[in-house]
Design a binder for this molecule. Structure first.
Ligand code: NAP
Length: 252
């Protein structure tokens, strides 16, 4: 499957820890050329090894054109489970070019004993449910989705993000600029210091941001969990970097 006798070229659609781990594994293998693509949302991203490119492609057609121009032989969608548009674009571009695609998705979280979790199908639904659950919310759904909560004038929000959020944002808002991972002690201290009485999160999965869930359980506060959008139909999923590597190699 190599392109004109050259090394196989894997394009990783990135922006996650798993994408970086996949790039590290492939960049350490001289048999592969690897390029990671980032959306450019974070001002100073941690760049993975291998080649990188930053910014949108211009929809599925733009991605397909990039794949063809750069002789990409394998596509790995390792974007965040909530980057729905990009995952759709990846599926479309794979269909247009015939390049094999794997979606790398870390497993979601599940509640355990002592957890008080409520579920929402979208950020808008979470905003509708929130006022009945608490008045001081730790909102960890990302700075890009804050607009969904902007109309909630009676709720106080604590938001933590790498870069400052842009308007529209809720009127009663405190922003904490920080980059994870965060420890359980960090999260316990944060919930107590700000007298948080409800946590809002996407079902992102992974260990880097999971301590907030433990801290919420210990503090006896409810967690409002936004469910993941589905992976596009027909796209094979890998639940770990190892499984994604196996799939990519099997498509050689
Ligand atoms: P999105 O809504 O699915 O995508 C919007 C547009 O951004 C896409 O149509 C594409 O533009 C561009 N884009 C997205 N990911 C890209 C990538 N890896 N490389 C090049 N262009 C990309 O995405 P999003 O939810 O805003 O997420 C943007 C990035 O942040 C992703 O890389 C994702 O992994 C990361 N991230 C997202 C979340 C989250 O909760 N959504 C959390 C953590 C990290 P074109 O159509 O012009 O190609």
């Amino acid at each position: 499957m190599s392109a004109d006798g050259a090394r196989p070229h894997v394009l990783i659609l990135g922006g996650t820890t798993e994408a970086r781990r996949l790039a590290e594994a492939l960049a350490g293998d001289p048999a592969y050329r690897v390029t990671t693509s980032l959306a450019g949302r974070v001002a100073a991203p941690v760049l993975p090894p291998g080649e990188t490119r930053i910014g949108g492609f211009g929809g599925p057609e733009g991605l397909a054109a990039w794949i063809t121009a750069h002789r990409v032989t394998h596509l790995a969608d390792a974007t965040h489970p909530f980057a729905e548009r990009m995952s759709f674009n990846a599926a479309e571009a794979a269909a247009l070019t015939g390049v094999p695609l794997v979606a790398l998705r870390r497993p979601g979280w599940s509640p355990g004993p002592g957890d008080d979790w409520r579920f929402a199908g979208s950020l808008a639904e979470a905003a509708a449910l929130l006022p009945d659950l608490g008045g001081r919310a730790f909102l960890t759904t990302g700075r890009m989705g804050l607009h969904a909560f902007a109309h909630l004038a009676d709720t106080w929000f604590l938001v933590r993000s790498v870069d400052p959020p842009a308007a529209p944002v809720p009127p009663r808002l405190e922003v904490l600029l920080a980059r994870g991972p965060f420890t359980l002690d960090d999260e316990r201290e944060l919930l107590a210091r700000h007298r948080v009485d409800v946590l809002v999160t996407k079902d992102s999965g992974g260990s880097a941001t999971a301590p907030k869930l433990t801290a919420a359980r210990e503090a006896g506060i409810p967690v409002l969990v936004v469910r993941r959008p589905p992976v596009p139909a027909g796209v094979p999923e890998a639940g770990s970097v190892r499984a994604a590597l196996d799939r990519l190699r099997a498509a050689d």
